[in-house]
Design a protein around this ligand. Structure first.
Ligand SMILES: [Zn+2]
Length: 276
């Protein structure tokens, strides 16, 4: 089963017992991210051996129907998330969870927390209890109160539009990876710069590179067979390696949307990639 990158990150942390207490997830597709979070919640709480789409146990059914008492979802009331909503959340979580391992809250549109509602929830973030986990979902983490941002592990859930995959041209990415194989990453900077005419070229390059590492991750997880012989030298590096590439690429993908200097961005991208 293939999971979103950010869910795979959560699963890995969970298995390594390094799960954070609060996550800020930036997404470009709210519903997909929300569903992924729900699936993850089922996965870590399910009393059976969790299979995707578990529909045999009561707990997973309660999550699906929105009736699990230890899962609280907060949506904005009008244009704002009100302090009262968070006060009642705090109240509910005074007691330990009964049916599940964790008390979990999800805050949708976290950018709509204002300073007084954000302050109400700071105690959860500053003195985390082992059995409370929070997810803040937003379309732009930079619009979320700094007090929240700084206390959460930040994750990105990025979806391509499907039409884009039809136009996929991986030549540049294969060249990039081949240069990498032959001469290391730094050589790539000059090569790429000569190929980019605009921000869009850079954006497409990053998207294609993302696609390629996602494919390698799928191969490493036995979800699919290798489609491109050009990538065989990157096989067997372990899923963590591909995930670090994907995280790095997502970071730069977001930045392309800002008014960045492409040369500088590429410069630091290549430097950071070298450390992976
Ligand atoms: Zn279940």
């Amino acid at each position: 089963m293939k999971h979103d990158l950010f869910v795979q990150t959560l699963i890995n942390e969970f298995h390594e017992r390094k799960l954070a207490h609060a996550f800020l997830v930036q997404t470009n597709q709210y519903d997909k991210t929300y569903n992924s979070v729900l699936n993850f919640i089922k996965m870590i709480n399910c009393p059976s051996v969790y299979k995707d789409e578990c529909d045999i146990c009561n707990l997973c059914r309660l999550v699906d129907s929105g009736n699990l008492p230890s899962l609280i979802v907060i949506e904005p009331d009008g244009n704002v998330i009100k302090k009262e909503q968070l006060l009642s959340l705090k109240d509910s979580f005074k007691t330990k969870p009964v049916f599940s391992k964790y008390n979990i809250y999800i805050i949708k549109n976290a950018e709509l927390l204002n300073s007084s509602s954000a302050n109400t929830i700071l105690k959860f973030l500053e003195e985390p209890e082992d059995d409370i986990i929070g997810f803040f979902i937003t379309n732009n983490k930079d619009n979320v109160m700094e007090t929240i941002q700084s206390r959460c592990q930040i994750l990105f859930d990025y979806y391509d539009d499907v039409s884009y995959l039809d136009k996929l041209d991986l030549t540049l990415v294969f060249d990039f990876l081949n240069n990498y194989k032959q001469a290391g990453l730094l050589y790539n900077k000059n090569y790429l710069i000569s190929k980019f005419e605009s921000r869009v070229d850079y954006l497409n390059f990053l998207k294609n590179l993302f696609y390629v590492f996602e494919h390698l991750l799928d191969v490493s997880l036995n979800v699919t067979d290798l489609k491109y012989i050009e990538l065989s030298f990157l096989l067997n590096k372990g899923s963590d390696y591909y995930i670090s590439w994907l995280n790095l690429i997502s970071k730069y993908l977001r930045r392309v949307n800002y008014n960045i200097n492409i040369l500088l961005s590429l410069d630091s991208f290549v430097l950071e990639a070298q450390c992976l």
